[in-house]
Design a protein around this ligand. Structure first.
Ligand SMILES: [Zn+2]
Length: 391
């Protein structure tokens, strides 16, 4: 038994720790939270995304909360609107397994989530995080499991980070070509979860994946805007320009330049068949859907190709996150810079014939979990494989 003096000092120290209360930690890649208030009760706090002027929409938040008395129902208020405040927050005890909280209560200027935390620390985030280290691990593991896959550096980013990519091809003489990229908008972590499912399927033993690798050269870039993903910034509409409005003859972003160079070699080799760009849409979009190029820039063959692809996608992307069967066009009525959108650039460089689409996978849906995102990725990969096999 402890002598009484020691016992008392231990109790006093514990009380002092309790008084210091909750602590928000963001000093890790992709961390984002500016503390607006922490209640002395140790049960409630209010945050907003860390401001990063010029680095895109302030809609991404992702932080560790320490100093919790296990069993406490934590009340987390996030300031913001629209894209910043999902119906449900993502929660994790270990930073690896992510689950939704119950729906938050929306008020003017924010949303309040409550979640009982059975630990002294936890993570809360806008969505399931997927950072550069995760992407490196994903690609290394894909290459390890499939000798037909090789990891390479797409380029160095403007801030000097290595942008990893993977080439998957099981033949010296591919006749088809597929390009996939995700995370042109840094906050759209779900796009990389979809990309993960797609890569895992492409290197798998599924008969359609094995067949695809015998004909097709595939390139995948899981994170384009690595700088903002690691910074924890939103990226969308950043200065000097959005990654997905940078697909011109003279791109600002090195990732876009490097992607264009590889795509041009596929075009020159006569095997550029498909371009897939993976995103998360707006808060009101509850199902995944495709943005397609305007019909005015499609060749007659291109129109038929797109129709065939969408038909297969409707059959394969069945959910739980099921495809909205109606694609949307992003042309001149959508954005005056529509020609600098990646899939429109890719359509034009391919002579209007390849299938070039953006997949917007819904994030503001209780089904928008890491597993269901990955499932969409597998279903998209199978769609691509079936389409290319029918060419
Ligand atoms: Zn986007």
């Amino acid at each position: 038994m402890l002598p009484i003096a020691l016992f008392l000092s231990a109790v006093l120290a514990a009380d002092a720790a309790k008084e210091s209360g909750l602590k928000v930690v963001t000093d890790f890649p992709g961390g984002s939270a500016k503390v607006e208030s922490i209640d002395p009760s140790g049960k409630a706090l209010r945050i907003a995304p860390t401001p990063h002027p010029g680095k895109g929409w302030a809609c991404w938040w992702n932080f560790k909360l320490e100093g919790i008395t296990p069993g406490t129902e934590i009340s987390l208020t996030v300031s913001g609107s629209g894209f910043t405040i999902p119906d449900r927050a993502m929660f994790s005890l270990d930073g690896k397994t992510w689950v939704h909280t119950a729906p938050g209560v929306k008020t003017k200027g924010g949303v309040t989530y409550t979640h009982k935390v059975e630990g002294d620390a936890c993570r809360f985030a806008w969505g399931p995080p997927f950072g550069l280290d995760d992407a490196r691990e994903l690609l290394a593991s894909a290459a390890k499991s499939c000798p037909e896959a090789q990891v390479f550096e797409l380029c160095k980013s403007r801030e000097g980070k290595s942008v990893p990519a993977i080439r998957i091809c099981g033949t010296d003489k591919p006749t088809r070509g597929l390009w996939v990229n995700a995370r042109q908008h840094a906050w759209e972590a779900g796009g990389t979860w979809v990309c993960r499912g797609l890569i895992e399927w492409l290197v798998s033993d599924a008969p359609e994946a094995v067949a695809l690798r015998k004909t097709t050269e595939v390139f995948v870039v899981p994170i384009m805007d690595v700088d903002n993903v690691e910074r924890g910034a939103g990226g969308k509409n950043q200065t000097p320009q959005d990654h997905n409005r940078d697909w011109t003859a003279e791109p600002h972003w090195f990732e876009v330049r490097a992607a264009q160079a590889i795509i041009k070699t596929m075009v020159a080799a006569g095997r550029f068949d498909m371009f897939l760009d993976l995103h998360n849409p707006g808060p009101g979009d509850r199902s995944p859907f495709f943005f397609v190029a305007p019909a005015t820039i499609l060749s007659d063959a291109g129109k038929k190709n797109l129709e065939a692809f969408i038909k297969i996608a409707r059959q394969e992307i069945v959910g739980p996150l099921a495809l909205d069967p109606r694609p949307k066009e992003s042309g001149p009525n959508y954005d005056k810079n529509w020609k600098a959108i990646s899939k429109n650039w890719a359509t034009e460089i391919g002579g209007g014939t390849p299938v070039c689409v953006t997949l917007e996978t819904a994030w503001n849906n209780p089904k928008s979990t890491p597993d269901n995102y990955r499932r969409v990725g597998r279903e998209l990969a199978l769609t691509a494989a079936k389409y290319l096999a029918g060419k």
